[in-house]
Design a protein around this ligand. Structure first.
Ligand code: C2G
Length: 129
């Protein structure tokens, strides 16, 4: 049973998130997703439109996702990998190199981002409606 993990805010879900989750699942049998808490978003200087409960419910409903948990800080990844017995850590390549320190515990793969779509872009478009 190969386990994959990824993390994110996943606010206002769009095809970029779905592409990432779909491709991440292809690397194993179970996909674990850490959803940033509202408090952690503040630390990340991100203001999400949807609160944690909403974002968690949306990601949990995605067919590629097997388990969702709360991401509360930068430091928890090593413990998560240990706790869940993770084999592969995956992030979009806007994070390229940022999580290489996890290579001592599991495979670390950065996948290309989906171009021309982001929650920030969607927020801007929504304001114009
Ligand atoms: N993503 C993507 N293509 C896009 C937009 C996002 O592939 N057009 C990917 C990002 O690279 C990330 C995932 O989707 O791997 C989730 O993106 P965000 O919700 O923006 O997550 P982020 O704020 O990058 O949080 O500890 C890690 C952080 O929690 C990551």
């Amino acid at each position: 049973m190969k386990k994959v993990i990824t993390y994110g805010t996943f606010d206002v879900l769009h095809i970029g998130h779905i592409n990432l989750l779909r491709r991440a699942k292809e690397f194993g049998d179970k996909l674990y997703v850490g959803i940033s808490s509202d408090q952690f978003n503040t630390i990340k200087h991100k203001q999400s439109i949807l609160d944690f409960e909403n974002r968690k419910a949306v990601v949990e409903s995605i067919r590629y996702v097997d388990y969702v948990f709360k991401e509360e800080n930068w430091e928890q990844k090593q413990n998560d990998i240990e706790k869940y017995g993770i084999d592969v850590f995956i992030m979009g390549n806007d994070w390229y190199g940022q999580f290489d320190y996890l290579k001592s515990q599991c495979e670390v793969i950065y996948l290309s981002r989906t171009p021309d779509i982001s929650t920030t872009f969607l927020k801007g478009r929504a304001k114009k409606i």
